[in-house]
Design a protein around this ligand. Sequence first.
Ligand SMILES: NC(=O)c1ccc[n+]([C@@H]2O[C@H](COP(=O)([O-])OP(=O)(O)OC[C@H]3O[C@@H](n4cnc5c(N)ncnc54)[C@H](O)[C@@H]3O)[C@@H](O)[C@H]2O)c1
Length: 463
Amino acid sequence: MKVTKICCIGAGYVGGPTMAVIAQKCPHIQVTVVDLNAERIAAWNDADTNNIPVYEPGLAEIVAAARGKNLFFSTEVDAAIDAAEMIFISVNTPTKTYGKGKGMAADLKYIELCARQIARVSKDNKIVVEKSTLPVRTAEALKSILDHTGNGVQFQILSNPEFLAEGTAVPDLMEPDRVLIGGDPSFEGQKAIDALVAIYANWVPLEKILRTNVWSSELSKLTANAFLAQRISSINALSELCEKTGADVNEVAKAIGMDSRIGPKFLKASVGFGGSCFQKDILNLVYIAKSYGLHEVADYWEQVIIMNDHQKRRFSGKIVRTLYNTVADKKIAFLGWAFKKDTNDTRESAAIFVADDLIYEQANIAVYDPKVSEERILADLDYLDHRAIDKNKKRVHSYYDPYAACEGAHAIAVLTEWDEFRDLDWQRIFDSMQKPAFVFDGRNLLDGATLKEIGFVYEGIGS
Ligand SMILES: NC(=O)c1ccc[n+]([C@@H]2O[C@H](COP(=O)([O-])OP(=O)(O)OC[C@H]3O[C@@H](n4cnc5c(N)ncnc54)[C@H](O)[C@@H]3O)[C@@H](O)[C@H]2O)c1
């Protein structure tokens, strides 16, 4: 089957960038991204592409070039499904907040709604592609819903998990390490895989496109995130030991990272990982293992999350302890709120948890993040902890200028590794702060020696 029209359900951090790149690389294919969220779609259609809802370096330019030509954003979900030969499901799969598996299993209600909608609307055969990260064997449930429509339409289900990392989504999509496509071993299944391979082959070398069975593909995505997060928790576990022993975690990371069997990536000690995926996907893996009765497997992976929670708590605890065991009514400046640099995504950001702990201790928080609004910050805190009305609003303010955020502060906490923080005028900041002036560098981003020369009390992670 030669695909000429694609529909993607879900215009979020994955659906938006992925489809923009497919549209750019495949001018012969019409790509329509649909979402129930009308505000989000309006933002994707904003005349000024700097206002699109996802911030990723390079993305605004790609959207500007393709939008209105072969890239469309719409709320007309039914029409887009009907017209497309291939439908990507890119909706969110958060951790369940209710019922069985609460706090651990993936909530598949959005996925199921999509399947039912596709089943209801489709009049001709279609390929349905799982782009969302899903528990292994979800395709079975999708197939069961799609195959019981009674209207004779044939569906092929493929798993094509997305490995992009926020902040580097555009280069990750342009030059992926690999593209993974899982499909049914039948003749029809293999033909569906061929159709998706033909799309990626427009810019990805064939040897980087892997074909597997559906279950391997679904499980590989959860596994990739679990392994990446495990590296972070491993180095963070050692950061605490370094602080006790006089070893320096940066030196340890460098020494072990030069071992080619270990490699240098994902070995930076920090206040802990955030983002919408790592925690949710590991919990999902843990839940699946538990549901098969594999308790040792579940416990092994759960420890990655336990370590991460500990690291966030340890950071806020250190701030309180160092500031003479009280932060009540002290101003603490936060540099960064996003879960990592070069994204406006704040889901599960370590900053939220550190702020929550400090608000509990009645500190005042002044946030500067180049891409995150005060509205977003308050929404994140309100979601985590429904304090008495307006309590977060009284304690937390955001600033458009890092110097204003730091002025008069007792301490600065670096929560996101934005490059621009390195280039601030640190002498000017020091002069404007309460003394002694503390910097708690939750990302080991700054040059501690220089800051100490200026007069700061500098506390990195793991040294
Ligand atoms: N964010 C990442 O870095 C990343 C990377 C790889 C994979 N993933 C996976 O991709 C999936 C999507 O993640 P995201 O970060 O893009 O989520 P997101 O929340 O940013 O976007 C999901 C979108 O789907 C829309 N939606 C939900 N149900 C819908 C429906 N029935 N019809 C139409 N629209 C609907 C929502 O309104 C939302 O805009 C998740 O499964 C996630 O685990 C995410």
